[in-house]
Design a protein around this ligand. Structure first.
Ligand SMILES: NC(=O)c1ccc[n+]([C@@H]2O[C@H](COP(=O)([O-])OP(=O)(O)OC[C@H]3O[C@@H](n4cnc5c(N)ncnc54)[C@H](OP(=O)(O)O)[C@@H]3O)[C@@H](O)[C@H]2O)c1
Ligand SMILES: *[C@@H]1O[C@H](CO)[C@@H](O)[C@H](O)[C@H]1NC(C)=O
Ligand SMILES: *[C@@H]1O[C@H](CO)[C@@H](O)[C@H](O)[C@H]1NC(C)=O
Length: 292
């Protein structure tokens, strides 16, 4: 009890004050005008909606996915909507060499980079059979490993622009759900990797923001097909979801929660973990990592 009064309550107070303060800045669409943005997995679903929002805000966009034909349509519609420029590079994120070269190509097309939005995933079915280890490996490679490769390749450009990395994840990356084990594992991995990097950057003063996005069920064709007849949950609209991700990214928030239920988001935020992370930083001597 004494410990509670002495440490826990003041710390909680600081946290609440911090959150209140940091939520004060307002989003303005002009924040994205002229910004150089990459969106992966942008041929359909939430990724395509993000590309269209960015286009309306006047950003420069480079989109990627495997299907060239759909990417062409996304590019031409983005230009109609007002994108400052729009290009595509097609390829598969199963191939780490492609992932690395893609960032270089996109950087050339854009002349730099302000925001890297990582959103693609490999196709996932709801299943309880995992005897095909290739499927599990593909989830880890496409949904996790390629995100690491892409962000490492983009980091020099992002450091120059004080830019942002946006990692699209899921509630399945914060809590356990049945029938999605490989997908869930890859999304938890993103949290571990990118949240750890966020702590490093805050100590070593690397001014590249990382925004982890925790989404509930969204009404994309892929998701609706995957959950049909299995999951009974009201989905949220992909257009609004895409906008909330861009807002959180522009405001350099560490996390974005988007779900039809605010309660779910509140419960998932896990203040216990945040307090422990905050406290554990004191035990590190990071001086020799600071000069980069
Ligand atoms: N929808 C939801 O309910 C929901 C919920 C929580 C989180 N999320 C997250 O939101 C993000 C987008 O989901 P979504 O529902 O919009 O998915 P989606 O509509 O299926 O879009 C997936 C995108 O990834 C691309 N893609 C697939 N395999 C690829 C590969 N091997 N290499 C490169 N690109 C590939 C697809 O294009 P090609 O097929 O042309 O390659 C497509 O553009 C994902 O990170 C997902 O985990 C979604
Ligand atoms: C990045 O931020 C630093 C301050 O941290 C500032 O001096 C610099 O001008 C900024 N660079 C860009 C490109 O915004
Ligand atoms: C980091 O970069 C952002 C965007 O350029 C800028 O607004 C902010 O002031 C910078 N922060 C620091 C600590 O330099």
């Amino acid at each position: 009890m004494a410990f509670m009064k002495k440490y826990l309550l003041p710390i909680l107070g600081i946290f609440l004050a911090y959150y209140y303060y940091s939520a004060n800045e307002e989003f303005r669409p002009e924040m994205l005008r002229g910004k150089k943005v990459i969106v992966t997995g942008a041929s359909k679903g939430i990724g395509r909606e993000m590309a269209y929002h960015l286009a309306r805000m006047g950003a420069h966009v480079v989109v990627t996915a495997r299907s060239e034909e759909t990417l062409k349509k996304v590019v031409s519609h983005s230009l109609e909507l007002g994108a400052s420029s729009a290009h595509y590079v097609a390829g598969t994120m199963e191939d780490m060499t492609f992932a690395e070269q893609f960032v270089a190509k996109a950087g050339k097309l854009l002349g730099g980079l302000d925001m890297l939005i990582l959103n693609h995933i490999t196709q996932a079915f709801m299943t309880s059979v995992y005897d095909d280890i290739h499927l599990v490996r593909r989830s880890m490679e496409v949904n996790f490993l390629s995100y690491v490769v892409l962000s490492v390749a983009a980091l020099p450009m992002l450091k120059q622009s004080n830019g942002s990395i946006v990692v699209v994840s899921s509630q399945a990356g914060k809590m356990a759900n049945p029938l999605v084990a490989p997908y869930s594992a890859s999304k938890f991995a993103l949290d571990g990797f990118f949240s750890s990097i966020t702590k490093e950057y805050s100590v070593t003063k690397v001014n590249v923001s990382i925004t982890l996005c925790i989404l509930g069920l969204i009404d994309t064709d892929t998701a609706m097909t995957a959950v049909a007849g299995i999951l009974n949950v009201q989905p949220s609209p992909k257009e609004e979801c895409a906008l909330e991700i861009i807002k959180g990214a522009a405001l350099r928030q560490e996390e974005v929660y988007y779900d039809s239920s605010i309660l779910t988001s509140l419960l998932l935020e896990n203040p216990g973990r945040k307090i422990l992370e905050f406290l554990s930083l004191r035990h590190y001597n990071m001086e020799r990592f600071t000069n980069n």
